[in-house]
Ligand binder design. Sequence first.
Ligand code: SDX
Length: 377
Amino acid sequence: SEAQSEIRKGLVGVVADVSSVSKVMPETNSLTYRGYPVQDLAENCAFEEVAYLLWNGELPNASQLAEFRREEASQRVLTPALLEVIRAFPHDAHPMDAIRTAVSFLGMEDPETADVSEPATRRKAMRLLAKIPTAIAAAHRASKGLDAIAPDPSLTFAENFFHLVFGKVPQPEVVKAFDVSLTLYAEHGFNASTFTARTITSTGADLHGAVVGGIAALKGPLHGGANEAVMHMLSEIGDPSRAVEWLQSRFDHRALVMGFGHRVYKNGDSRVPTMTKYAERMAEVVGDRRWMEMSRLLAAEMLEKKNIHPNLDFPAGPAYHLMGFDIPLFTPIFVASRITGWAAHVIEQAVDNRLIRPLSQYTGAAQRAVPPMSQRG
Ligand code: SDX
């Protein structure tokens, strides 16, 4: 019966459905997208190839990749109406709220918003992949009183992101490190934002609604918001010599240390070694070893004292800082990548849908009669 059924708070360990998008293997600290190890994809493929893989199940050949890139590059421009709305956002708005609102607006503008058929969802996903970076950068620049920069269709996805934010593309090592981060962030099973997107899809609602919900879930500090929190934490520590002492004060206050722990991985996050390698590379390129030195000390101490490993957000935070991005852009960058995983899951959910609707066990007041107003205290 309902009363006797086991409650799994936080759905810990619950297998909610099948999925062929990615496999998270905590026993071996590994992760595959459509069967390919994520570190192999990060090292050997561009993010566009990974997006194609997630959406189509196979890696593209050269002509399929060229066509995918051409299509993505051709859809990057925002309407004047959306650019005007973005300029009207409060300048102190959080960029995650800005991109959430921009995606909601994109839904109202999209010619196929309400069409939840698979072909329409695929076309809408491509438009979102292409337009999300333009909207993130436009909102960020508007918050600083700067004009939006038009996307450049001759640039790759990663190059274009730098162009949109800074008006220039950095040296190839920096672009590669960013591209690697996009691949590592692209997909991760039934994480909170993806499950949110699937729940929204399960009601028959459209892709833009699912992505707006995904963005809202990703903003939280227990999920995607952690990459920003990590950099705030490192800035607060300020110097490697203070790292261990600072950590001890967190332990004394029983406070969370951002960028550590994971619901699924208990012995290390599959994506951390690759991201750490590229974050180290950024430290060399920039000539600032402080953040990675601090990170190394924190990770060693967390492991020794608490037996807790870092998650992807831990190396991604300082990596993005070293690439020159302002902290509030970190979680929006996660959005620009995770749109690929969300869309793959939305398509999978819709193809074999059943409404997601669990039960709760009631613990409130016993049943009682409604008293007349005169008898209420
Ligand atoms: C992402 O799901 C995904 O796949 C997410 C993600 C993705 O790709 O989509 O990987 C991306 O969101 C990474 C996670 C980013 N969040 C953080 O870095 C925030 C800090 N981490 C934690 O709050 C926590 O580890 C979670 C939220 C990530 C996981 O929470 P769980 O599974 O509910 O684990 P828990 O909180 O029950 O922790 C178990 C124990 C607790 O101690 P006890 O009560 O058993 O004594 O470990 C402790 C926790 O207090 N612990 C930490 C800690 N993480 C866990 N203690 C200090 N600092 C931490 N970071």
